[in-house]
Each structure stands twice: as structure tokens, then as C-alpha cells.
Write a protein that binds this ligand. Sequence first.
Ligand code: ADP
Ligand code: ZN
Ligand code: ZN
Length: 751
Amino acid sequence: MTVGVALPLPVNQLYHYRVPPALVAAARVGCRVRVPLQNRTVVGVITEHGEPPDLNVTLRPIRAVLDKKPAVSASLLLLTRWIANYYVCAWGEVLRTALPSGHARHRRPKKERFLRPTSAFATAHGLKDVLEQLRGSKEKAIIRACLQYIAAGEPIPRKAQLLSEAAASSATARRLVAKGICEESEIEVLRRPDYGPLPSTPSRPPPFNKSQKAARTQLNAALEKQSFTTFLLHGVTGSGKTEVYLAALETTLRQNRSAIVLVPEISLTPQTVQRFRARFGDQIAVLHSRMSHGERYDAWRLLRSGQCTVAIGPRSAVLAPVAKLGLIVVDEEHDTSYKQYDPAPRYHARDVAVMRAKMSDAVCILGTATPSLESLYNARTGKYTLLSMKERVPVPGRRAALLPEIDLVDLRYARREQSFRGALSEQLRESIEARLKRQEQVILLQNRRGYAPIWECQSCGWLPECTDCSVTLTYHKAQTALRCHYCGQTRRLPSTCPDCAARDFDRLGTGTQRVQEELKEYFPHARVLRMDLDTTYRKDAHYTILDKFGRGEADILVGTQMVAKGLDFSRVTLVGVVSADVGMGLPDFRAEEHAAQLLMQVSGRAGRHTLRGEVLLQTRRPDHPIFAYVQQHDYIGFALALLEARDQLFYPPYGRMVNIEARGPQEKRTREIAMRWRDVATRQLPSQLKMLGPEPAFIARVKTKWRFHIMIKAPRVYPGLSDWLRQVQRDFGAVPSGYRIAISVDVIGSF
Ligand code: ADP
Ligand code: ZN
Ligand code: ZN
């Protein structure tokens, strides 16, 4: 017998091995195997039985089969193969993502030894009899310890603990076993992170309002039919979307089917997990990157065995090993963290979720207050079914939780009239002061990317833009030129502003740290927390900071976009955006979409509860159309305007974009590799595709590696794209060692 094995190597092929007779029964499709490769051993997954393509080669034998039951189900094999095809990577690379700690490590369940009275003596009464007959004092001590636990109705602890409590040795334990009074056993224990106690009774759903009911009715109808449908659940922040997910989960579980809930990693807080556990208890298995390998392995196994039926986790949880899938929820579907940047597979978990639901006749819910333009487009063309929830859930003491008031602060005016040079305008400072007096809380967002080499007119907010690509130009010091990061168009930095004739250019934006320093100057007594990449690189730093703020141990939280996501603090009544233009300045055609999502999301943080919220947006371009929409809470209106512009330039969702990144230690060599890739591709470029670049990446050098990008634009429907990319890769051949080429299909924000 021979088997085809997918190995976690960036090579698009299966490896074939011979199965020794002793392993034939065990070597099932979907099982992990240890196999020789050149002079080492690797772990892969059996994906097929059968003959290799070339019958003349002598095959090497597999060394071991690591699973009793296939680790990857037939349906996950299909899904992972689709991902490998669509995102142009190796099947084995996708399977590595689907398994709890990669193929490579062979994890074992954790087992513990127990020493317990045999069934004949396992009652308090029986043990008392035993005590009278025993003579050894150590033996008696063990029995007494057991007796205490049994009398208290508690389980007897592990053997090691029991013996230490009784101050007895293993030899004594052996004597008890020999006498038939006790027995030893080895029991598998599960490593579960501690999420705190479960409530004794499950939480109950609140009585639904009209729009929640309408959403539930439609979802239930689709779930009952068990036919694939994707819903775009568009509900403003606080409209009760999570309750709708919970209702759909309940229907799914009642049908004896399972579910997956995807959330952005950053919003996978104990708060969120607790809400799901409070309703469904131990049916929930959490998968996230902060768990230990052992915990992840156990969560994976609970799902695989069907003991848990709901997987909740970030991106990679879309590959959770659940059987009989009925529902996938993608919360905050617009969130860009669903797209993996590195390493392969560079997949988009939302799009994979839709495909997985399709393959399983399941329902997929994409929930958000600010849909991505892709999903909005799909809802408008009928591919997705739109569910809308336009109002916040009323809270006790108030008839309806109102959306916050959003005001603009014109920084140009502040600068002229108040000869103001800092980050916080007078108006923003006054609002902060008022909150401090009332002991309410403030969130300040400064979404500056430290590396943005973008120049802006300080007096009118003018930003240089590419005439062809509608993205902001970036400044290249070496050439003292402005350059389009997509098409390479270059221009000199003008000496005076073309709009207002001022000679006052400066780099865009101020960092969060400077904002924090300014706060210290103005409000020396305020307690300020900062949340950005610098303060959160440690594992649990997010949670520590948010937890502190939630408990009221700080007055002001300053941070990057991290502060905008999914937070719910009842005492926050002011949200200030220090520079609402910054996000728009990125050299990315999605910059305005992301800016609008961010502004809407962060505005949703204010006044979630009984206190009415206020939002202040500081800007140099108050007449930018985005603000009128944001002030009206009309995200969709703005998104529709953006869609029209995308249509004209064939940007997604009207076309597709693929990014090819060459990366390596030497600038010249990396550029040459990118050029060669382009040359190979040009020779066979289908007329439907358009190729731009190579261009130096926006951040030209990351961790000592130089990066050059090629952009490929394809029609929205162009089934030959993956095959063509594979063909170019094959013709390109081996990449020199130390260098690499990364393909990102449906790329998002690659700088
Ligand atoms: P979203 O997920 O849209 O932000 P949530 O589901 O978190 O909204 O709901 C916001 C708050 O309102 C939560 O505290 C939730 O428990 C509560 N809530 C949701 N639906 C209702 C309802 N129908 N009646 C009362 N409270 C509700
Ligand atoms: Zn100007
Ligand atoms: Zn351009």
C-alpha cells in the first residue's frame, strides 16, 4: 500500500510513501504520520491512498502513524485543499494551521494517577470498618484522608496530593492495593484555562425587540432548512447583535449540530468568553493564541470528540475540528485581522468561513456595525441576505440608549486663532476637564502609524495623491520625491501648498506618547493609561490595561486603534480622536473605508449605557465628505459612495488584487528577484490581468529585510488566477536561500 502525504513545506506537491504491513490498518486518510524526508523526519497528514504518479521510484516507508482516529476529517481535508488552491500555497501549510500545535509536535493527553478505595469500600461506612481492621498507622492515615473527602462529598485528589496529606509513601499505597482495599488508576485530565466559575443556571435571553425578532426569525428559518445561506447582520454598536448570535447558536445546538464563533483576537476578552459560557456552559471550547500548547491541544480534542460543540476563537478557529457544522458566526466581519499576512496560508478567515458553511450546508452570519465593502456589495447583489438592526437596545432608566453626539474640531482654526501647536485643542481639553470633574471616563484615539512618511499641509490639511490610483503618495527621503506605492508615479514635494499656498508641510500625525505627555501637562492629577504597540507587546498586557480602565482605576485611556474595538465601559462619556485624518492618509485604496469603520467604532464606545456620550473629532479637513456621514451615523451612505469610486478603478469588490512580495537581506538583490518574477509573469500574462510594480514596500525594510511589491489586478471572476500564479511560480523556479516570494491573494493593507 502507498499513501500520499501533505507535508508542511512550501512545495505544491504530495509526497508518497510505502506503508509497512504492520501499519496498513492504522494508516487512514486524515491521520498524522511520521515520515523520512532526505535525512530528517517530519510529520505530515495522509491525504490519499493509492499509487504515486511515477511508478519507477522506490518509495520509503512511513515510520509511524500518530493518530488512532483521523486528526483531520474528510470535510476538513476538502476545505483545506480548497484554501491551498485559492490562496496558492501548499496543502500541508494549511493543515498545519488546522492542527493544534502544528503537525510537528506529537502531543499527548495529560494523565494523572489516582489512588481510591475499591468499590466495596468506597462509602463512609465501608471506610470506617476498614479503619478498625487496619493496624499500620500510615495506612490508616491514607484511609482517614479519603474518608474526609467522601464525608465532605468532594472528589478524592490525585495520588500525589493524597499521599502528601497523609504523610504516607508509595510503599504504603502499594500495601493497600495488595490488600484489595484501594486501587490505582490513571485518568485523563483536561487542561482548561480558568475562566472563572460557571453560573449555576444558564443565563436567559432578554425579551427580544422587533429587529432582533425579525433577524431571529430569518436565521431560524435558514437553520431549520439546513441549507447554506450567508447573512450580513448589520447592527449599530449596542443594538443587540451578540444576543442574536446566541439565539442562533441555541437553535443550532438544539438540532444537535455544532457551531464556530470567530472574533478578532483583541476582542476575545474574558468578558466575551464569559457571555457565551454563561449561556452554554461547558459546551464552549475556546481557542486562542494565549493558551498553552497543552490547553490548545485539549480544546481541540474536546471539539474533535464532540464533547464540546461550540468553538470560539480568532482567525484560525475557522478550521476548528467540529463535526456536523450548522452555524458559523463571524463577529466584526470587517476586521482586517481576519486576513493572515504571514506565514502561509495567507487566508481570509471570513471568506473561508463562507466557503466552509457552503461545504457543510450551514448558515453563516457576518455581523458588524460597519460592513466591509466586499460584504456590503455581496448583500446588495443578493449573494448575502441583509439583516438590519438600526437602534441601540434601550437600557433601564432611559427609553433608548441614544447614539452619541459627534462634533468636529477644526484644527486649522485652532492653529491660527490659538497659536496652537500641540495635539489637544482647547475644545477637546475643556471637554476632558468636564469629564474629570464629573468622574466620568475618557478615551482618546490617536491612530498614528509611527512609520508613515506622509507629508501634509499643516494649514489646510492637503495631502498629495496619485492621480491614477487614488491613494496618498509617500515621501521618499533618498529621492526627495513623493511616490505612489502602487504604480510608481513620482513627483517633487511642492514648496508651497497647491491649495492654500502656505509653506508649512509636516509629517502626518503625532504619536500616542506625545499625547500622553501633553495630558500630563494639562491635567497633572488625571490617571492616564496608554495602549499601543509599545505598551502591549507582552502577552496579557491588553487585558491588564482594559481591566484597570474598566474598574475605574484610570480616568483617561489613550491609544491606537486597539482602543476602538469591542469595548464596553459604562462610565466613558467622551471619545476624542486626536487626528481624524491620519487613517485616511495611508497609501492604501481602502484607507477611507478603514477610517470610516474606525471612526464609527470608536464613536460607538461613548455613552453605551445611561450616560449620554459625546465624540470630538479633530481634523484639518472638516469638509471631507466622510465627516458628514459619520456625524449622521450613516456608515452605509459613505460606503455606497466609496463603492462607486471603487467601481471606476476596478478595485475590490469589482476586481481582485494579488500582492507578490519579494523579501530579503540585500536591497539590490531583492529588487532583482522581484523584477525577475515580473519578467517571468509578463511572458505569459493573460490579457485580463494587469500588473503594477515592483515598487519598494511602504515600509521598505522590516526586521532587516527589504521588501518589494508587485500588484496584480484581476477581474472579479477569473477562475484561472490561481493556476496562472502557480505556473509563474513553477517557471520562476527556486528562490535563492535567505530570500522569499510571498503571494497574498485578495490582499488587504499590505504596506
Ligand atoms: P452588540 O453585540 O450589537 O454590540 P449586545 O448584544 O452586546 O450588542 O447588546 C448590548 C447590551 O444590551 C448588552 O448588555 C445586552 O445584554 C443588552 N441587550 C441585548 N438585547 C437586549 C434586549 N432585547 N433587551 C434588553 N437588553 C438587551
Ligand atoms: Zn494647504
Ligand atoms: Zn499610482
